[in-house]
Design a protein. Structure first.
Ligand SMILES: *Cc1c(COP(=O)(O)O)cnc(C)c1O
Length: 395
């Protein structure tokens, strides 16, 4: 008999009752160190006192009005995102997939508005992940996303991630944009090289294409800059954001330059919930914390501590681990084989992590994690690799 909850997830047999900072607790009080952050979402940790207070105060005042009316919190968050990024304008959504969808529509509407509606195709990367709606699984392009849901939405071409020659070769007179994640997340924490990002910007400018970054996972301070593309100094024309911006409250947004957003005029796009007063109170409070002096520097320092510890662990356990890679607190630990036994062992030792493509264990700690949490995680990872290694010898 089918379960009451539609069985689309393979779930781990644990439920949590409460959280505090980087820790989660089951109802019987067992404590886990949470290096999943709800898959890169709970950027400020669980039950952050400032966010809890902001939600309670806004909940007692006003939740929702619809976008028929002005929403001052939305205007404020949009202005602050504009002031801190390449963008001139922002559309608010409830999720990452909707933010990417808005970006796809922004691209198509741009070429329609400039009188070139035949240009609608978007070049995407292999192993990409952009969400689970029909258009975003088509942009992701992987068989495992599309299987059973075909036909794919038309308009997405795929080339090797990091491959500028393939990107150039895929351009036709129907190409409108290039869409990539500056660090592929689900694909296994694969950072784009800086020259690749520069090359994409040059190609986009040469052919009059829009450059579209999906920073749903790598944005909002995760890498130690507000957005990951800032490390390379390459700005997109359109960008999707979600996950960390609500720290667990569903918020997403699509940012664009004025030029890119030329077609997004009144009546063209909408969302009932997107940008409602409750969501915007949370988004503004999250941004307050991330923009505080020293916050991003803390992420850089903790990322460096985590990475140097992991590099030593990789060197000590070559039979289990192949490589540690990533930026800031977006880190992938590539295993020599299937990562599931290591993830299960880490969980047994009370550290929660998440799988990624290419035999990768993803470490996505809350950005508020300190030396204590980083060091505790490193110790568990080291011990777990030792325990796995011993198992391997015994069989
Ligand atoms: C998670 C993710 C999405 C989809 O976000 P949802 O909120 O699940 O719709 C899109 N792009 C990237 C890069 C992601 O990591």
């Amino acid at each position: 008999m089918i379960s009451a909850v539609m069985p689309t997830y393979g779930r781990i047999d644990i439920a949590f009752d409460r959280g505090e900072g980087a820790y989660l607790f089951t109802a019987d009080g067992t404590r886990y160190l949470d290096f999943t952050s709800g898959i890169g979402v709970v950027s400020l940790g669980h039950a952050h006192p400032k966010l809890a207070a902001v939600v309670a105060a806004q909940a007692a005042k006003l939740w929702h009005t619809s976008n028929m009316f002005h929403i001052p919190g939305q205007e404020r968050l949009a202005e602050r995102l504009v002031a801190n990024t390449f963008a001139d304008t922002v559309f608010f959504t409830n999720s990452g997939a909707e933010a990417v969808e808005c970006g796809i529509k922004t691209v198509r509407a741009h070429f329609d508005a400039v009188g070139d509606p035949g240009r609608y195709r978007i070049i995407c990367a292999n192993q990409a992940f952009h969400g689970r709606t029909l258009a975003t699984i088509s942009a992701g392009g992987q068989d495992k996303l599309l299987k059973g849901f075909e036909p794919a939405v038309d308009g997405f071409d795929h080339v090797g991630f990091g491959n500028l020659n393939e990107t150039r070769a895929a351009i036709t007179d129907q190409t409108a944009a290039i869409l990539i994640e500056p660090i592929q997340g689900e694909g296994g924490i694969r950072p784009a090289a800086e020259d690749y990002l520069h090359g994409l910007r040059e190609i986009a400018d040469e052919y009059g294409l829009l450059l579209f970054f999906d920073e749903v996972q790598c944005g909002m301070g995760r890498t130690g800059k507000l957005f990951a593309h800032e490390w390379a100094g390459v700005a997109p024309d359109v960008m999707a954001v979600a996950k960390g911006i609500g720290s667990g409250f569903p918020v997403g947004c699509c940012l664009a330059t004025e030029h890119a957003a030329k077609g997004m005029v009144a009546g063209t796009h909408g969302s009932t919930y997107g940008g409602n007063p409750l969501a915007m109170a949370v988004g503004n409070a999250v941004l307050d914390v991330i923009l505080e002096n020293g916050f991003l520097e803390h992420v850089v320092a903790m990322g460096a501590r985590l990475m140097s510890g992991l590099e030593a662990i990789v060197a000590a356990h070559p039979a289990v681990l192949a490589e540690a890679r990533g930026r800031g607190l977006m880190v992938g630990l590539a295993c020599t084989d299937d990562p599931k036994p290591l993830i299960a062992k880490l969980r047994e030792n009370r550290l929660l992590t998440v799988a990624g493509g290419g035999n990768v264990v993803r470490l996505l700690p809350p950005l508020i994690s300190g030396e204590t949490e980083i060091d505790a995680a490193l110790e568990i990872i080291d011990d777990s690799c030792t325990q796995l290694g011993k198992l391997g010898e015994g069989t």
